[in-house]
Design a protein around this ligand. Structure first.
Ligand code: G4P
Ligand code: NA
Ligand code: NA
Length: 193
């Protein structure tokens, strides 16, 4: 998505450790118009598929996921990272290890929000090592949903997440694919020099 890549070039900040900070439009302050168009782009990429539900994980996945749900008029469910006191025992759970933060979170979704009739599109903001999306795939499979695919806003293609998801047989679409960082510059896949 050219508009997204342009925005990353303009507002993205490359931090040590191959981390891209996009707090201007995605991870802290949110640009709703850009996010709305991101939602439409995912709808276009998966337009031939039946989708009954969008699934993501809190917190940064919620904004893009909601924009996809808004465009499709289907519910958006986000996995929680902490067990809420109002949640009962009927949960689907998966352990997600974050390499960046060096912690394991147990993510969970109340079983009443996913059923075997659901055709799920998984959406997230970043794809790095893929553990968050693998956890969501695990949860969808526990619920016996049909997984239509996974859509991520920014893929760091030099990390292993993309290939791990494809190995699970899940169709992956990423709107911006980063090949490498060079100093404060971002090189996208297909634009390396
Ligand atoms: P993984 O889910 O792909 O395995 O990611 P990883 O453990 O490596 O990353 C942990 C967290 O950092 C995830 O957010 C992920 O989205 C985010 N992340 C990974 N690489 C980058 C990056 O280059 N830039 C930014 N801004 N974020 C990155 P999280 O901690 O699960 O959640 P959230 O509460 O922030 O949504
Ligand atoms: Na995320
Ligand atoms: Na994040």
């Amino acid at each position: 998505m050219e508009e997204l890549k342009q925005r990353i070039r303009e507002d993205g900040v490359v931090l040590p450790g191959n981390v891209l900070k996009v707090n201007q439009f995605l991870n802290h302050q949110i640009d709703p118009d850009l996010l709305y168009r991101i939602g439409k782009e995912f709808v276009e990429l998966f337009k031939d598929q039946k989708i009954t539900k969008i699934v993501t994980v809190e917190s940064s996945g919620i904004a893009p996921a909601t924009m996809v749900g808004l465009n499709l008029h289907v519910p958006v469910v986000f996995a929680r990272k902490k067990k809420s006191s109002t949640m009962n025992d009927n949960l689907y759970t998966a352990d997600v290890f974050s390499y960046t933060k060096r912690v394991t979170n147990t993510i969970s979704i109340d079983s009443k929000f996913l059923s075997a009739d659901d055709h799920v599109l998984i959406i997230d903001d970043f794809l790095a090592n893929g553990q968050a999306i693998l956890g969501l795939i695990d949860i969808c499979r526990q619920a016996q949903c049909t997984i239509v695919g996974a859509g991520v806003v920014i893929e760091k293609s030099f990390q292993e997440g993309a290939s791990l998801i494809k190995e699970k047989g899940v169709h992956l679409e990423s709107l911006a694919r980063i090949a490498s960082f060079a100093g404060d510059e971002v090189h996208f896949v297909g634009e390396e020099n």
